[in-house]
Design a protein around this ligand. Structure first.
Ligand code: ZN
Length: 101
């Protein structure tokens, strides 16, 4: 599955167009909550997953999308309002976490 187009549909949501003609939607909040980087999702070490401690306070700007870039031909890398940019979302992963219209 290849991502053809990313469109911002509102202040809080993106629309993704795939090369099979499908369109899926994802909110920025969901996109950030599903950040696959080690700091957000924990690291798998010897088959055990270590979850980072969830903070109860929201970081200002954490659900604010500053920009989004593509990395190679297979993933996107968003830059968030709080400066977080270590999450690489493969297209397969992105397809998996976004919802069909
Ligand atoms: Zn992250």
């Amino acid at each position: 599955m290849n991502l053809v187009k990313i469109k911002r549909t509102s202040d809080t949501a993106l629309s993704l167009t795939w090369d099979n003609g499908e369109t899926t939607d994802i909110t920025l909040q969901k996109l950030r909550d599903e950040c696959p980087c080690a700091g957000c999702k924990g690291e798998t070490v010897l088959f055990e997953t270590y979850q980072p401690v969830k903070l109860n306070v929201l970081t200002p700007g954490m659900y604010e999308l500053k920009k989004i870039g593509t990395v190679g031909n297979y993933s996107i890398q968003p830059l968030w309002g709080d400066g977080h940019n270590t999450g690489l979302y493969s297209w397969d992963y992105l397809y998996h976490i976004s919802a069909a219209e």
